[in-house]
Design a protein around this ligand. Structure first.
Ligand SMILES: *Cc1c(COP(=O)(O)O)cnc(C)c1O
Length: 448
């Protein structure tokens, strides 16, 4: 085969051969990435011309430290030189144990046990199984359903899909194949206001909040005998609509779970590791879950890895149960390479996430403030280092993407949302470029 220059002709070879997320085989041509470093991707077009773009998506929440970080690269290389993978059945290794120790130490609430899964969706499957096994073990085997809220996203596998929003979550594509769960209304929107003295305060429609709480409690009580647990994305719903709600709603879920003997499953696959301005979004409500799912940024975006954490009490119940084990065991469970890089990513995170997330969030607020005045824009909202520009109608995704790339920025809008969650290491200048590109692209495509 003749040697090809990186990226040249790639989009043509890709088209019709490889499926991309939620995209038809004959869908818009993808951009070819030939290199990535720091916060930048290098795109190569069919003529071989390269363009550098800032990755305003951090590869879908993952690349928090940017690409080719020397510390993460070194951790991966060092582990490759030892061993890249071994089965986890009957064997263990330092990267997995060390990572489990780290995760239980930093998690919200007293977490005592860790199950490593190979993706976020699989970790949700495991969390749901774990919850059913727990209820069976404590003598409530009839509790087989879950309670959640509308607007959620928990992944693409079948059980995960079944707890996604019933309208926007692909339910209509698989009628009859999905378990039927109990959906409460979406909690009312809220926003975090930071006063001049730095004090943080949540604002929301108080009467809507009270009404939501009543509805949620009534719904839970009506289904108490058949529901095993509550699954939710704490405070920030991601792929279901980039939506922020009041931490009081999470506190309500915690207290309902306690009253009715349900497990509270926090899906922090998107919100974990500092993105919302707390290390875990559950901390905004001081509502520790019984089961916690993490993924996405866990390895700093290097490799696929997720984890399910749970408490002593839940672990003890599973051990007492008929099967004694948690009934799951993927081939690539606790992949040593992924665990080693995750450990290094947590080292990096520890030293600087708080300052970086606050700095990136503040720079986004400054840069995106003018978007509020734009006639095409319906709402601008944010939490931590996440910023969302919601339009009045659907985004022309290919056109906005192209317009942003021309301005040196990679974004991937969906529905009526153009949003960004940049790597934590983005400089103020990078963030200003992102904000200008988002506003410029929206104006160019949806301006009049
Ligand atoms: C991305 C995501 C998932 C699914 O994770 P995958 O690794 O894509 O399977 C689940 N829950 C939330 C909240 C997510 O953002």
């Amino acid at each position: 085969m003749p040697e090809r220059a990186a990226g040249v002709g790639l989009a043509d070879r890709d088209r019709g051969l490889v499926w991309h997320p939620y995209a038809p085989l004959d869908g818009p041509e993808p951009y070819a990435v030939s290199a990535a470093s720091g916060v930048r991707l290098t795109l190569t077009d069919r003529a071989g011309t390269t363009t550098e773009v800032i990755d305003a998506m951090a590869s879908w929440w993952c690349a928090i430290h940017g690409y080719r970080h020397p510390v993460l690269d070194a951790a991966a290389h060092a582990q490759v030189d030892r061993f890249s993978h071994v089965m986890f059945g009957g064997l263990t290794h330092e990267p997995a144990v060390a990572l489990a120790e780290r995760l239980t130490a930093i998690a919200p609430g007293p977490m005592a046990h860790v199950f490593f899964a190979d993706s976020g969706s699989v970790s949700v499957e495991v969390a749901l199984k774990l919850t059913l096994q727990y209820q069976a073990a404590v003598g409530r085997p009839g509790r087989q359903r879950f309670l959640t809220v509308r607007g959620g996203y928990h992944g693409d596998t079948f059980a995960a899909m079944s707890v996604c929003d019933p309208v926007d979550g692909m339910h209509s594509a698989f009628p009859g194949a999905l378990a039927r769960h109990v959906f409460a209304p979406r909690p009312p929107a809220a926003r975090l206001v930071v006063g001049g003295d730095g004090a943080e305060r949540w604002e929301t429609d108080e009467s809507a909040l009270a009404e939501w709480e009543t509805t949620f409690r009534e719904l839970a009580a009506a289904h108490a005998d058949e529901i095993a647990g509550i699954i939710v994305e704490p405070v920030l719903q991601g792929a279901g609509g980039m939506y922020v709600y009041h931490p009081d709603c999470l506190r309500t879920m915690r207290s309902v779970a306690d009253e009715l003997g349900l497990l509270l499953v926090a899906d922090e696959i998107a919100t974990g590791f500092g993105r919302t301005g707390r290390l875990f979004a559950s901390e905004w409500a001081d509502a520790a879950p019984d089961v916690l799912c993490v993924g996405k940024a866990l390895t700093g975006g290097y490799l696929t890895l997720a984890a399910v954490l749970t408490t002593l009490a839940v672990g003890a119940a599973v051990t007492r149960s008929e099967f004694r084990a948690l009934l799951h065991g993927p081939t690539f469970m606790a992949n040593p390479l992924a665990c080693a890089v995750a450990g290094a990513s947590l080292d990096l995170l520890e030293t600087r996430w708080k300052d970086d997330v606050a700095r990136v969030g503040a720079a986004l607020a400054t840069g995106l403030a003018p978007a509020r005045e734009h006639p095409a824009v319906r709402d601008v909202r944010s939490l931590g280092a996440v910023f969302v520009v919601q339009l009045h109608g659907p985004v022309d995704v290919p056109a906005v993407t192209r317009a942003a790339v021309r301005r040196g920025v990679w974004v991937r809008p969906f529905r009526d949302l153009v949003y960004t969650m940049p790597p934590y290491v983005s400089s103020d200048e990078d963030v200003a470029t992102i904000a200008a590109a988002v506003i410029g692209a929206v104006d160019e495509v949806h301006g009049s």
